[in-house]
Design a protein around this ligand. Structure first.
Ligand SMILES: [Zn+2]
Length: 284
């Protein structure tokens, strides 16, 4: 059961975007940070759910939003901006921050940039891959390290990726931070420890890395060690997909799987481990 408004910590409240769907899980998570009169909001929902704005206003009480931090440009994260900015919920100086801003009124976010809200320090971590402009935010409160992951890591399932090389590097950076709690853009907040005392937040990131690494090994193995059906002119992405994902029958799922294979091949190509000739892939 997802509560539309849920307190995560002294300074962090999750407010659900109320836009559930096949690509957004239970909807987009937005996070209101701070405990004083001027708060920071991470992401804004899709802008099409009136109830979201009611919940946001009720959560704010007498406080106001002074800063909006955006994880990336996708509509379900930025759609609420104009309605929030034109509402009485914001201070006159409320500023929107986004890496690689396209809107001239937005301010850029750079690697390591620090934002302070009451006794919380938010630090920007550039994490491209899901999109080129993707940013995560690290927060420390009472010795607990929170990582607002946007769409890099979700509370469940796997994320859709634009560019796999940068994505894997971003996951590696997130893992190195050893966060205690993940505040994902979709799905449940990840916190606590498993039965073996492993930190779940770290386990989830590690699982993302291992899953992608396993697929990469499988694909490289096909290119290196198996002979294509047509005897030698190389592997089409379709053929590789059939080998790696033999059980997928739904054409939409197969298309998504083939896109994953494509992303891995492009990464291998950029690392000099594979090349293509006339749309057919060969190992280097
Ligand atoms: Zn997204």
């Amino acid at each position: 059961m997802n509560k539309p408004v849920e307190r995560i910590s002294r300074n962090i409240v999750r407010i659900l975007g109320l836009n559930p769907g096949p690509f957004t899980l239970q909807g987009t998570n937005t996070y209101l940070v701070g405990s004083g009169p001027r708060r920071t909001l991470i992401d804004t929902g899709d802008g099409e759910q009136p109830e979201y704005f009611v919940n946001l206003r009720n959560t704010l009480g007498a406080s106001l939003i002074d800063r909006i931090l955006l994880t990336h440009h996708h509509g379900d994260h930025v759609g609420g901006i104009s309605q929030i900015l034109s509402s009485p919920m914001v201070t006159p100086s409320c500023t929107v921050y986004k890496h690689q801003p396209v809107d001239a009124t937005h301010k850029d976010v750079s690697e390591g940039q620090v934002f302070r809200v009451d006794d919380v320090e938010l630090t920007a971590l550039l994490t491209p891959g899901h999109t080129a402009d993707h940013v995560s935010f690290v927060m420390s409160e009472d010795g607990v390290k929170y990582l607002a992951t946007g769409d890099m890591v979700l509370g469940q399932g796997t994320s859709i990726v634009e560019s796999l090389g940068p994505y894997m590097q971003s996951l590696g950076r997130a893992l190195a931070l050893k966060p205690d709690v993940l505040l994902p853009g979709h799905g449940p907040v990840v916190s606590g420890q498993d039965a073996d005392d492993n930190i779940k937040a770290v386990q989830v990131i590690d699982g993302y890395i291992k899953h992608r690494a396993m697929r990469e090994r499988q694909i490289e193995d096909v290119l290196r060690n198996r002979v294509p059906d047509d005897n030698g002119s190389g592997w089409s992405e379709e053929m590789i997909t059939l080998v790696i994902y033999p059980d997928i029958t739904d054409p939409r799922v197969r298309r998504a799987a083939q896109n994953n294979v494509h992303l891995h091949l492009v990464k291998l190509e950029s690392e000099g481990r594979a090349h293509r000739v006339d749309g057919r892939w060969l190992a280097d």
